[in-house]
Design a protein around this ligand. Structure first.
Ligand code: HEM
Length: 416
């Protein structure tokens, strides 16, 4: 007979989610001593999961679905409507194959080269500036990289304002008031911009290299053999450009880590790709970014003696799984060398989701992210010298995504 699931007793917890942010599930895992508990969020019953075992359950697509899991405020800003995040089964596999077909070694080399080239250019042109925010700079650099790689034409005079509009999409889903509405407005502007380009490609008004995402997504055929409507094609092209721009959040955290852990920075001088990668893996593990993934149970079932009712909203704690004491030694210590000879499973390290790239919802851009971060780290440590002025490096655990308050400022930069 199934037991009752541990309960986070009390009223609706929407306000606690907003107040505790990244810590919401972790605080209750500790207080209730469980990886599975029931609560109420946004007026409905919700199940919260954490840790690699529960992650494996969450990514079982015979038990969970996505089509009605994402809150409207997230679809209106971050995801867009009709995108891959809300698809299941055949439709999801077809769409995911469209994304994964882009992610080969050649693409990773090209992205690494572009990131290096645009960081150089940025700091060459910034020579006259006193101070640069690494977070804001990375938004601009990565928009240029993303547009080059996807084949989307970018007008130099619009680069900065577009970079800001794109960041509105990921700075607004959890925000209230003006910030949230700014996100919605930027979503509709950006959707129209890319829809126009999809039409231009289809009507032969612009030339795009056939290997570029703008071309392949514009001509992609779904599982029924139809072209995507232009709105959906645009949402998916933005599902490349937006998160590439969002890697800027982790650039801010790289800047913070280099500042907080100078002895680790010292080890990176002239380091090879493997050591650079340990450091950025630890940045992705240690600092918060994407708090939870959301799904809904698709059938009634029992797991570890607990009953799961069909249709229940379920949140998987991404941040807390990366700090779960069953999977990580000294989880609260920043220790890049933990990744030496480390044993990865599809479920124990999930800053960008877990499970399978091709058959599940794991982030299509995880390798892109790693290349972008590794190249940026190498640039900051081995190509550039800079000072770090007095500033506020703290960040809030309920600010999603969390970025240090002064956006990581540097000055007196010079090339090595
Ligand atoms: C999905 C995080 C960068 C493209 C996801 C998911 C997370 C995530 C948590 C959802 C996992 C789930 O629902 O189970 C991140 C973070 C990034 C990042 C923190 C760092 C900035 C990227 C990049 C790209 C990308 C650079 C593209 C080049 C996607 C796509 C999906 C996705 C297309 C949807 C996959 C699906 O539903 O099957 N990402 N991501 N992401 N990500 Fe990323």
């Amino acid at each position: 007979v199934a037991q009752n699931m541990p309960k986070d007793e009390g009223f609706d917890r929407t306000l606690s989610v907003l107040k505790e942010g990244y810590g919401f599930i972790m605080n209750r895992r500790e207080a209730l001593n469980t990886d599975v508990f029931e609560t109420r969020i946004m007026g409905e019953k919700a199940i919260c999961l954490t840790g690699s075992e529960a992650a494996e359950l969450f990514y079982d697509d015979t038990r969970f679905r996505r089509r009605d899991a994402a809150p409207a405020r997230v679809k209106k800003t971050l995801f867009g409507e009709g995108g891959i995040q809300t698809l299941d089964q055949e439709a999801h596999r077809n769409r995911k194959a469209m994304f994964m077909s882009l992610m080969d070694d050649e693409a990773m080399d090209e992205i690494g080269m572009l990131v290096h080239q645009y960081w150089h250019l940025y700091f060459k042109e910034a020579e006259s500036l006193e101070t640069v925010s690494l977070y804001e700079a990375a938004k601009v650099v990565f928009l240029q990289v993303a547009c080059k790689w996807t084949g989307v034409p970018l007008d130099e005079s619009e680069t900065e304002s577009l970079a800001t509009q794109i960041s509105d999409l990921y700075e607004s889903p959890a925000a209230l008031g003006i910030q949230h509405w700014k996100g919605r407005r930027s979503r509709s502007k950006l959707d129209s911009w890319i829809e126009g380009l999809v039409e231009d490609v289809r009507e032969g008004r612009i030339e795009v290299d056939q290997g570029k995402a703008l071309y392949t997504f514009s001509w992609h055929r779904d599982e029924k053999g139809s072209l995507l409507d232009k709105e959906t094609a645009a949402v998916e092209i933005l599902n490349l450009i937006r998160p590439m721009n969002a890697v800027s959040v982790w650039v801010a955290m790289i800047g913070l880590a280099l500042h907080e852990f100078p002895e680790e920075k010292g080890k990176l001088k002239g380091a090879d790709d493997i050591e650079l990668e340990w450091f950025i893996q630890e940045v992705r593990r240690y600092y918060p970014f994407f708090p939870f993934a959301a799904a809904r149970t698709d059938t009634d079932f029992e797991w570890q003696g607990y009953f799961f009712e069909a249709g229940t909203l379920t949140l998987l704690d991404l941040y807390g799984t990366n700090r779960h004491p069953s999977d990580w030694v000294e989880p609260d210590t920043f220790m890049p060398e933990r990744f030496r000879g480390w044993h990865q499973t599809p479920f124990n390290f999930i800053p960008q989701g877990g499970g399978s790239y091709d058959f599940g919802h794991r982030c299509a851009g995880e390798f892109v992210t790693i290349v972008m971060m590794r190249t940026t780290l190498d640039f900051l440590v081995n190509d550039l010298e800079y000072d770090v002025p007095e500033q506020d490096f703290s960040f809030e655990f309920n600010d999603i995504p969390a970025v240090p308050n002064d956006k990581v400022k540097i000055n007196n930069f010079r090339f090595l």
